[in-house]
Write a protein that binds this ligand. Sequence first.
Ligand SMILES: Nc1ncnc2c1ncn2[C@@H]1O[C@H](COP(=O)(O)OP(=O)(O)OP(=O)(O)O)[C@@H](O)[C@H]1O
Length: 806
Amino acid sequence: MEKKTKITGQTNSQSSKILSKPRIFFGVLFSVISIVLTFSFISYLMKWKSDQSQAGTLLDKTIKSTNVFGKIGDWLGNFFIFESLGIAAFIVAFLCLVTGLLIMKKNYFKPWKTFGHSLFFICWIPVFMGAVTGGSGVLSGVYGFQIMDFLNSIIGTFGLWMVLLVSIGLYFVLEFNLNPTNVKSKLNDLNDNTLGRVKSMMPKSSEKFEADEELEIENEEEKLVEKEFAVQNTSFQTPLNLNVTSDIEPIQTPNQTSFTSAPVTFEKPQITEKEDNFKFEVEIPKEDLNEYDRKAQDLVQKHGEYDHRLELAKFQMPTIDLLKDYGPEEIHVNQEELEENKNKIVGLLKTFNVGIAEIKATIGPTVTLYEIVPEAGIRVSAVKKLQDDIALNLSALGIRIIAPMPGKGTIGIEVPRKNPTMVSIRSVIASAKFQNTDMDLPVVFGKTISNEVFMADLSKMPHLLMAGATGQGKSVGINAILTSLLFKKHPSELKFVMVDPKKVELSLYSKIERHYLAKLPDGEDAIITDTHKVINTLNSLCVEMDQRYDLLKNAFCKNIKEYNSKFSQRKLNPENGHRYLPYIVLVVDEFADLIMTAGKEVEQPIARLAQLARAVGIHLIVATQRPSVNVITGMIKANFPARAAFRVISSVDSRTILDSPGADQLIGKGDMLYFNGNEILRLQCAFVDTPEVERLADFIGEQKGYASAFMLPEYSADETISTVGAFDPNEKDVLFEDAARIVVSTQQGSTSMLQRQLKLGYNRAGRIMDQLEACGIVGGFNGAKAREVQISDLHSLDNFLEELRK
Ligand SMILES: Nc1ncnc2c1ncn2[C@@H]1O[C@H](COP(=O)(O)OP(=O)(O)OP(=O)(O)O)[C@@H](O)[C@H]1O
């Protein structure tokens, strides 16, 4: 309705432009007179001698005229050209046209200016032509000749030319405000003005006569009424008030498109013409930049912004034709099935004395949602209790009752369709919603119950827990997630750490190792299948997380996005350890297996990452077949707000994963529930087949990649054992003294600073820091803060080191 009000408002604003009949009449009349005059004049000029002889014989039929407008044309030409203005008579024709247009409210010309200029030239041109031709011919007209003759007799020929040239000179000086300083710019302006006017004189293609616009407005309103009518009619009333709605093509919303485009038709840019003689300059005040920003700006001006894609600049993003086309995914409405289900629901509820005021059906790809409005006084819990009875009565698996529907005031009953429609990954990847998304890590799951493409941003989730019994679509779900990320992110922006204890599920992705995978420096395979090695990788990810936090802290950034944009603007110096940070997504396909074999050692780093890694761009996708409480512990659950549940075996499992039942009632084959921390949505997961993943991996793998996989920081379990204890001078690192000097001169006991300045790995820098602590140069570990430095200057340090060497 809001749109309608908008259109009505526009209509009112247009009403002042609606032309009355007299206006149209006189407007057209003047325009026609202008045309007649113009052609008569042209015709007269070409044959003026013979036409002139016929001018006085208007009523004599025996004499034929050669003018295009006959004797009237002769008469007009004779009167305006010969007897009065000469060729300046064309200005009269032009003024008639201007008058006609003004009457019809076409303000192509400013009336007073146009009439003023015309008057000047009507006076000047005939005299000028008289002076040029000496009074012979018709170009000056009688009026021009006589004035010229008169002036010639009193001021002489030279005086006459002086008057003519001074007057035209003055005209230009006054009109274009010419003075020696701005003559050049004015010449340019003159050019622009002439061009601009010529342009403005020509009707723009987008501009139509108001009559057309009126028609358009009416048409828009008619369309709107039709649309409203159509919208109302998409839900039809059955005898029992059953409204069926089906959003078969949610992406194409022609109604909305034309609603929003309607007002645009009436918006015209206001001032395009340069009429005033002053220059309009906009000055944007320059930011008061500090030294670093100024340096960064200079660098950006010199080299441009840092382009993280440069190394793989030729990398081609995957194309949609790598994915299988299953044809149009139209939902076929089975009227019989709908009626049958509705009758069963209504009948059953009646037997339990639950009256229904209204029932409406929404058909999705896998399930149909029947929304019922119970009669006044019926308790929601009464309907909820009937869940099993309804399921029994409809003899279908996958019935789910949502009482009440959040934000709707109805009770929803989801009933699986007999012939579900498959949702292909191609259809969701190709959707405008996915293609135009500005999410950082867009993950397209599939389609909702109302057949809309459903997407979520992994960077906002920020971690996803997936569960589902074997064969219910979990692996397909993981592939759908990975596919959507691979379609959107460049290899420089995203890295995966893949853990696949089942060994076969993610093996296809090994082809993209040098593009998208991350691994430990000594790791042989990028896809980790050995559960014991996982511990090192997870701890290494924790080290990467800590390092990233240090980088963010030093760059005064709150999150990875801010950091990367600062880095791109060259505000962060790579010599200080700064680098472009790709997102890292950890995918664990069988978490239960990990917990079984590695236990607490796995849980701890996972929990730590889940708690902290969000801001530094590390995200977790953890899937499990067995969502039992000893696998998905309270600690894990608390840190995974987003959960995806495929069909699970028991309602206990469903409660473990979703904190509510329902996942046990799903029908499998990608039928899933997605919990985003607030509400549970039923979705049909998009289907990705193995050959599709294979084609995608081949497409990426065959292109030029990095020299190796993305290297995670080195980590070895043994090295974590603290060496802090008695200081042994013989075992001190060769860089010990350099490190001590750096720490004392900067008065900062920070491991990451040592790493940067001495270009060391995290472990070695950590060891040196421990040695510095052991000999008393720095204080103990101080949490997030840097360690305290116990020696105040380099001189004292040299003495101290001297003592140590003894
Ligand atoms: N979204 C979907 N649409 C249609 N069919 C699907 C979908 N997801 C899964 N299926 C069907 O279910 C089968 C099993 O899926 P999938 O391999 O993903 O199960 P899973 O839960 O990973 O099982 P497991 O844990 O044993 O690997 C697929 O081969 C496919 O036929």
